[in-house]
Structures are given as structure tokens and as C-alpha cells.
Ligand binder design. Structure first.
Ligand SMILES: Nc1ncnc2c1ncn2[C@@H]1O[C@H](COP(=O)(O)OP(=O)(O)OP(=O)(O)O)[C@@H](O)[C@H]1O
Length: 229
């Protein structure tokens, strides 16, 4: 589903690569944690998978397509297959919960009757039924992240990319968010999540890929956050 072949990324004006000769293969339906210290290359990795960046060397494949050879007009179609969730939620502050999720479908031209049907379904899935008409600032951080997850998932993407989704949440709220991501993963969606949250990684026992200075230094199934001695 996501395949990196000897991928390196050197940002303009830099000499040290942010990602150095990374090869990794993530299958459909996997749940993968991407760990590593700040600056190790996690966000660079995720941006390459979204084709927000191009590799300096190597090839990136997502859903069978080599991203460097994908024509520009096909990029929106690719991104529709990938839901994204971030640490800072990124909700539209002047829209209600329902409108935030509905908007994701409006911009890709889904008909109104479809939107009216699926938005309540996904809000129920994430545990927000009854809060459809709230504004984002009337929600807790955990609830705002649930809206962001609903918005990312409403189009049933093949892949969900989450960059530090629990970074702004307290531990018990984070557990709820992880249960939700696990549930989404069990519908067949491939989940790739960058995180610094060692408790969560240790509890979930999923595949762990670790980066250090841009290099892939560990790829462990049912792994933990740090090296086991
Ligand atoms: N636009 C950019 N221009 C130049 N260098 C960059 C740019 N973005 C990131 N870098 C550098 O690339 C390296 C990897 O950064 P990246 O953001 O991928 O790390 P990260 O693991 O996601 O860090 P964090 O956990 O803090 O989010 C760092 O050395 C960073 O300074």
C-alpha cells in the first residue's frame, strides 16, 4: 500500500539528508507506528507519502502508483484515498461539527443526499452523535480530534496518515483516540501514525518503524517505543 525504495530527501540548501536511503513496505490493512526523535525524519516521510514533497532519490509508491511519475492532475485523486489527521486538529473554526465533516465531501463533489446520509453515520462511529451543531471551540481537545478523524475517514480512504494525533491530548483522552484509530484500522484502512507517545506504542503492540537521523534503524512487528533489552 505504501512502499519506499531507497528513498532519500535532501531539502533545498541542506547538505544532510532528512531521509537517507529508506526502504520500507507497508501492506494493506497494517497499522504502523513511525517513531524517532524530533528531527529524525518522520514528517518528511509522511509528506513524501502524500506527495507534498518529492524524493531527491529513490521511489515512493502509494496504492500501486509511483508518485514521482503521477501527473499533477492525478494528485487530488491520490489524496482522496488518504485521510490525514494532525496534532493541531485543523478544523474550520466557523463551521459546526457537521459542517466540518460535510465540507470534506462537498469539495470533492459528493451529492447532497449522500452527505446527509453518511455524515451522521461517521459522527456516530467516532462517538460524537448529539454534538453535530457544536462549534469547534465548544468541544474538548479529544472531541475536536474525533471531528478531525471523522472528516479524514468520511470518504473511506484506503490509508489514514496521522502525524502526532495525540500530541495535544492528555493520556486518558489519547487512549480513546487510539481505540478509534484501531477501530478504523479494523475496517481495512491502512494506518500510519507518527508519534512520540511511548505509552501508546507500548500498549498497542503494532509494527514499529524507527528513524534516527533520517535512517531507518528498526522495523519491528508488535514492537515497543524504545529498544527492548
Ligand atoms: N522545509 C525544510 N527545509 C529544510 N530542512 C527541513 C525542512 N523540513 C524539515 N527539515 C529538516 O529535516 C530533518 C527532518 O525533519 P522532520 O520534520 O521530518 O522530523 P520529525 O521526525 O518529523 O520531527 P518532529 O518529531 O519534531 O516533528 C530535520 O533536520 C529538519 O530540520
Amino acid at each position: 500500500m505504501i512502499r519506499f525504495e531507497n528513498v532519500s530527501k535532501v531539502y533545498d540548501g541542506q547538505t544532510r539528508p532528512a531521509l537517507a536511503d529508506v526502504t520500507v513496505d507497508v501492506d494493506k490493512g497494517e497499522f504502523v507506528f513511525l517513531v524517532g526523535q524530533s528531527g529524525s525524519g518522520k514528517s518528511t516521510f509522511l509528506k513524501l507519502a502524500l506527495r507534498e514533497l518529492r524524493p531527491s532519490r529513490g521511489r515512493v509508491f502509494v496504492a500501486g502508483k509511483e508518485l514521482n511519475r503521477l501527473s499533477g492532475w492525478k494528485v487530488p485523486r491520490l489524496r482522496r484515498q488518504i485521510g490525514t489527521v494532525f496534532q493541531d486538529f485543523r478544523l474550520l473554526p466557523n463551521k459546526t461539527v457537521h459542517e466540518n465533516v460535510a465540507f470534506a465531501l462537498q469539495v470533492i463533489g459528493k451529492p447532497k443526499h449522500h452527505i446527509t446520509k453518511v455524515v451522521p453515520e461517521v459522527l456516530e462511529l467516532v462517538g460524537l452523535d448529539g454534538k453535530e451543531l457544536r462549534m469547534p471551540d465548544e468541544l474538548s481537545g479529544g472531541e475536536q480530534q474525533r471531528v478531525a478523524i471523522a472528516r479524514a475517514f468520511v470518504n473511506r480512504p484506503m490509508i489514514l496518515i496521522a502525524d502526532e494525533p495525540t500530541g495535544n491530548l492528555d493520556p486518558s483522552t489519547s487512549v480513546g483516540i487510539m481505540k478509534l484509530l484501531d477501530r478504523i484500522n479494523r475496517t481495512g484502512t491502512t494506518v500510519m501514525m507518527a508519534t512520540h507517545d511511548s505509552n501508546i506504542v507500548d500498549q498497542m503492540r503494532k509494527r514499529v518503524i524507527e528513524l534516527e537521523g533520517g535512517k531507518l534503524v528498526r522495523d519491528q512487528s508488535r514492537g515497543v517505543y524504545g529498544y527492548q533489552t
